[in-house]
Design a protein around this ligand. Structure first.
Ligand SMILES: [Zn+2]
Length: 265
């Protein structure tokens, strides 16, 4: 079984001390390829550096998360354009809207999201998107750019069935994380994850965040790692009523096509 973790925050400091072991444990579970999320200007540089050091295993995204929208300046815009042209960088993002925490003001989030939509449109790059408690504004803005970008994934989807249908109607991919394993806030996803057609479902850990609560035994450190993608895949397969091999195969094929992983970096 070969799996692609489309969202791993491997630049996080918690991975610094045992990075090689993290990759080895992932590979032992079939998680042989990962997209390292870039969520800030500095984080995008670090994600690129990791991808350059691990060709064929790691690729990067380059973007500024809505939490950090307030830090987005002209120099950031220029640098993101440069990063997005590099062969190791396979998507623009993480970008989007987060009205759950509002770490950056909404007006700033909207501006910065649109600037990154414009970069993806200009360069013809896929989008790696974040949306929390902002579905209406997010959908309206994305809709205006959707025809000009080759592909878009709404990563760590946690919203309603109606929101899911809106994104599928806009020909988006859907990223599902171990959130689905959370009995307190993820059970609604179990009811409709089967509505995502094969070819549109992508799977991810969002490590080191969102350790699946159904992993047994729970690791003492509480850090999520790409190796747990296999567990997430098993849970999703059960909810979809399909063999885990099928979920693994179509989500991997979809990830390879979405990020162009067949092409060398
Ligand atoms: Zn996110």
């Amino acid at each position: 079984m070969q799996l692609v973790d489309i969202g791993a925050n491997l630049t996080h400091e918690s991975f610094a001390h045992d990075f090689a072991d993290v990759l080895a444990r992932a590979a032992a579970q079939g998680v042989t390829r990962m997209l390292v999320t870039g969520a800030s200007r500095e984080g995008s540089e670090l994600a690129l550096a990791l991808a350059q050091r691990h060709p064929g295993v790691l690729w990067a995204t380059a973007g500024v998360h809505p939490h950090h929208a307030i830090d987005y300046d002209e120099a950031t815009d220029v640098r993101l354009r440069e990063l997005a042209r590099l062969p190791q960088v396979r998507a623009v993002g993480e970008t989007g809207l987060d009205y759950h925490r509002n770490y950056s003001p909404r007006e700033v989030q909207l501006q910065v999201f649109e600037r990154q939509l414009a970069i993806a449109a200009e360069l013809g790059k896929p989008l790696f998107l974040h949306q929390r408690d902002a579905h209406a504004d997010f959908l309206a803005l994305l809709r205006r750019y959707r025809d000009r970008v080759p592909a878009a994934v709404v990563h760590c989807f946690t919203d309603t069935r109606e929101a899911l249908r809106d994104y599928l109607a806009l020909d988006c991919h859907i990223g599902i994380t171990g959130w689905i394993c959370d009995e307190r806030r993820g059970t609604h996803l179990r009811e409709f994850v089967r509505e995502i057609p094969p070819g549109r479902l992508l799977i991810e850990t969002d490590a080191p965040y969102l350790l699946p609560r159904t992993v047994r035994p729970p690791p003492s450190h509480r850090r999520n790692e790409p190796m747990y993608l296999r567990h997430i895949c098993e849970e999703i397969a059960r909810d979809r009523g399909e063999p885990v091999e099928a979920t693994a195969a179509h989500s991997t094929d979809a990830a390879v096509a979405f990020f162009g992983l067949g092409r060398q970096a």
